[in-house]
Design a protein around this ligand. Sequence first.
Ligand SMILES: [Zn+2]
Length: 67
Amino acid sequence: MPIQTEELLQMLACPRCLGALEAVYRGGETAGFACPACAVVYPVRDDIPIMLEEEAIPRQRWDAEQS
Ligand SMILES: [Zn+2]
């Protein structure tokens, strides 16, 4: 896990439930931060995590798009 992602995981919280997040990867890159409680993924765009409720992608849709 890249050190930056680990630091972000400690800093960031889900804007909806304030719960802890987990990183989701795509091709070795951090593609987003998932909230297991809300079943959503907050995408990372241009290395910036988009921690906005309105940008959250339902986990089911995220997984479908990744496969
Ligand atoms: Zn949440």
